[in-house]
Design a protein. Sequence first.
Length: 153
Amino acid sequence: MLRCASITEAQAADRQIWASVADLMSERGWDMDNCLHEFTHIRHDLPGLLQLRPRPAKLPSMPSQPSFQSQQKGKGKGKPSKGKGKSKGKGKVQWLTDVKTKEGQWKQLCMRFQTGNCSLGDSCRFHHSCAYPVNGQACGLDHGALQHQNTTH
């Protein structure tokens, strides 16, 4: 549970050592070799300034919702509306969040990929395939949901 010195901590250590080297060279008339030998072998200031530090404790993460909840009916907030007012998203297609791969595994889809905004590529922890619903399942081809209508299937 330790971490290395950060960039700013390393720069502060560097600044402190070079200030001490400058003092020895100007006030005592030492040469650079003797100053470097002093700080690396005799005083051992660098290991003390760059020593490992305790890593801050991680905040407990929120438990992720199981993927089967995305297929349940209802929104889960408040009472159901009785047709009053305008409905939001009228005519819009609800993208799916999970897809069954060729290997038979269920994978969670990357929503950034659907809009063309995922820049992580292969390092993304989510699956990159189309979330557009086709016959109750996600399309699953190698394009985002925004490009689904423009792609031949």
